[in-house]
Write a protein that binds this ligand. Structure first.
Ligand code: ATP
Ligand code: MG
Length: 365
């Protein structure tokens, strides 16, 4: 599967743009603030219906305009698909596939698999659990439709429960209604826990293999799921911590507090890893994502690398570039030097300047 072209109108800093991609490696280079990440964001949106950096759709509309359009043309099993996303001020976005409106964003599910890799991802091991949960969620949501809807229902129930907890402070009689939200939390939460557990188990050998290679066969990375509470105890624990929840106005146990543990030789890398180790582990996780998505979807995803190469030393750069030679990749960077040095095959090079794209090189693939 690969993206043939995108068309943007009044999207971010693009008035109007048509851009064709090669099915191999595409480079977008240019100075800061010219619109490179914006292009990757529009591709990400076409796959997942959301932006990787904002939940507010109106930010995507070019300043001073009323609406924005993104059209993505892709090819999958020799069939062509067209995804249209229409973003309007003050209204929810419209999505259509091949001209047929899609009611829920989740119906877009499964068409275009995307892996987005930015320099912040290199901090997922070092940073807090929220980012590691986000990593698991972003991946599972693209390979498991039920997970996607369970997660959204869980989050809705959690928000409702938390606002109720705060209201109970002034209206103790409302305590009764907590049961309704607890039930939902437990039902969706148990399924989320089970799916995360299976996902981390599937991922373990893949990550370990990649990490072995990245560390020159020196390190054995072990990842394990660290749930806030095991599914079988969730119900009891939720009841047990109810008083504390009411005092604090928030839900203290549940999958929204889960974590992913990473260790090497029995040492917890989140806390005790060196910076380099933590970044290598993060790279191993991201690269494992590619393989998992391919295993689960039967097709390679499209890889978006936002400014990430300059963050890696040459060994890791080489490894990354080796592992992407048979997958469509769109890479952004500020300069071209690193690619010339690295002698790897690039098929199309665009220079991005002030909301416009200029084709600089096109090599038949
Ligand atoms: N809704 C919008 N309307 C118009 N311009 C916008 C909008 N949102 C963002 N921009 C502009 O887009 C530009 C940033 O684009 P982008 O993040 O893609 O830059 P970049 O080329 O990736 O830069 P860097 O190399 O620093 O990452 C900024 O100048 C910003 O003001
Ligand atoms: Mg950028």
């Amino acid at each position: 599967m690969y993206i043939q072209s995108i068309e943007l109108s009044n999207y971010r800093n693009y008035r109007s743009l048509v851009m064709e991609f090669d099915r191999g490696t595409n480079i977008l280079f240019g100075d800061n603030a010219q619109g490179k990440t914006n292009i990757l964001e529009s591709v990400y949106l076409s796959g997942t219906s959301r932006s990787h950096r904002t939940v507010r759709d109106r930010e995507l509309i070019r300043f001073g305009q009323e609406e924005a359009h993104i059209r993505t043309n892709l090819c999958r099993d020799d069939l062509s698909y067209r995804i249209d996303i229409h973003i309007r001020q003050g209204r929810s976005k419209g999505i259509a596939v091949n001209g047929m409106p899609v009611k829920k964003a989740s119906e877009l599910f499964g068409l275009l698999g995307i892996i987005f890799f930015s320099p912040e991802d290199l901090n997922i091991v070092k940073n807090g659990p929220a980012e590691r949960r986000h990593f698991i969620n972003a991946e599972l949501s693209q390979i498991d439709r039920i997970y996607l809807s369970d997660l959204s229902n869980y989050n809705k129930a959690l928000n409702q429960r938390n606002s109720l907890l705060r209201e109970i402070f002034n209206h103790p009689e409302m305590k009764e209604t907590l049961d309704v939200w607890d039930e939902q939390l437990i039902a969706y939460g148990k399924r989320i826990i089970a799916r995360r557990r299976a996902f981390v188990a599937d991922m373990l050998p893949i990550v370990a293999k990649i990490h072995r290679k990245l560390s020159g066969e020196r390190e054995e990375l072990v990842i394990s799921y660290e749930p806030s509470i095991d599914d079988i105890f969730f119900e009891d624990e939720l009841l047990r911590t109810r008083d504390r929840d009411m005092r604090m106005g928030t839900t203290n146990v549940g999958p929204h507090r889960d974590d992913l543990k990473l260790s090497i030789g029995g040492v917890d890398i989140r806390k005790f890893g060196s910076q380099g180790q933590q970044r290598t582990c993060a790279l191993s996780l991201k690269l494992a994502e590619i393989q998992i998505m391919e295993n689960k979807r039967g097709e390679k995803p499209v890889l978006l690398l936002d400014d990430v190469l300059s963050e890696l030393d040459s060994n890791r750069q080489n490894y990354l570039l080796e592992s992407i030679n048979d997958i469509q990749t769109i890479i952004t960077c500020t300069g071209l030097d690193e690619f010339v040095k690295n002698k790897f095959s690039v098929h199309r090079v665009y220079e991005i300047s002030n909301g416009q794209a200029f084709l600089r090189e096109k090599i038949a693939n």
